[in-house]
Design a binder for this molecule. Sequence first.
Ligand SMILES: Nc1ncnc2c1ncn2[C@@H]1O[C@H](COP(=O)(O)OP(=O)(O)OP(=O)(O)O)[C@@H](O)[C@H]1O
Ligand SMILES: [Mg+2]
Length: 470
Amino acid sequence: MKQSILVVDDERAICIAISRLLKARGYEVDTAQSAESAVEKLEQSVFHLVITDLSMGKMSGMDLLEWVKQHAPETAVIMITAYGSEKTAVEAMKLGASDYVPKPFDNDELELKVARVLETVAEKRENRLLREQVESTYRFENLVGKSPSMQRVFDVIRRVADSDLTVLVRGPSGTGKELVANAIHYNSPRRSKALIKVNCAAFSRELVESELFGHEKGAFTGATATKEGKFEIADGGTLFLDEIGDMALETQAKILRVLQEKELERVGGNRTIKVDVRVIAATNQDLEQKAKEGTFREDLFYRLNVVPILLPSLRDRPGDMPLLIAHFLEKAADRLGRPKKGLSPQAMRALLAHEWKGNVRELEHAIEQAVVLAAGEEIEVEDLPSGMTSDAVVAAAGAGAGDRDEPATFKEAKQRVVEGFERQFIEEALQRHSGNISKAAEEMGMYRQHLQGKLSEYEIDASVYRKKKS
Ligand SMILES: Nc1ncnc2c1ncn2[C@@H]1O[C@H](COP(=O)(O)OP(=O)(O)OP(=O)(O)O)[C@@H](O)[C@H]1O
Ligand SMILES: [Mg+2]
């Protein structure tokens, strides 16, 4: 999609001059010789930018600016002002003009301003697109993700939610296992009943068992009263067994029995209690390995693993990053009652370049911190957690600098790392999509033209990634 510009000036010669200049730069340009006819054109088609003269017939450039801000808020306006009339220029900026050029203008200056303004317009549109995506297709309850791996997870949740099947959710720390359990429960027919969570790693075996199955009065020292277990409390609902990989073998046997027979006895009791509970279990441990070593019951593993859900680490789905970032920016601003802020391009790159060993949770915390710290209009690199800005970036610059000249400044060093990252990020996306630029751009949450610009900037040849017929 070409970017389109409407030039408005009552002097035909100026319309033609600007139009010619900008068409030569690849923009789509239309002209209008009055604010009224500009409005007509704006009502009929979408323009990304309006460049308008200030003094025209009845309706002035300022009136047109107001009209645009009201009716086409995503269209930017550059005001052409008379030479030396800074006051009017300031006034126009206050009313929402993106920039102004004094007349007579310099071609280079006009071109530069147009390019800069259109870049912000594109950025804003990308942000809006991301926001819409966060709110719609790429969202499942509180989970967001557009990568194929996350879309598959959403599919599985949708398909199994209304059954009673046992689900085993696996994945590294901070990848959203608990959110998956929530999503399943709240989309199941059990949603009006309880979702009870038990951390199986938190206590000693005795305590875990008393938590899960309850106990009778006097069952052990300290058992001063009869207590219901979480299985009973969750009756009719869902029980989330978190960190199931850390459960003692003896307890595993008891869980297996509840899963198979749907009945249990409280600790120290002999009355059989029937329960109707759906179980969702989660772990970040390698249960197959534990089964081989004899620390996890194989039969329980199979009984839990009826529906396996595997959450990939954040590193393996870079395409989800822009979406998650947009989601957390919004969430943090809402929660903290702060104005919604965007990220500076540098801050965005720093986030994209970080390793995120703590996965989505670490990303969420980083953004919360930045939202709290950011004093300016945008979140800057300095507002991000310190470990990921200076240390990580400089270290990476040092590591990559060997085969090139030493970078002269911190800024240069950072620039190199960022470029290196961007290049790799893009190349990997192209690889995944066999050189299909549109698909790669979509996954990265970028416009196709934007990606194409990057490809030529980095001299990347997308056709290299196209699958060769063997
Ligand atoms: N896909 C996602 N979309 C939105 N938020 C997410 C997503 N994945 C994780 N989060 C957020 O990250 C944080 C960690 O998620 P969660 O507690 O579900 O992770 P976990 O896999 O259970 O981690 P752990 O193994 O450490 O318990 C939460 O605040 C959650 O809201
Ligand atoms: Mg968890």
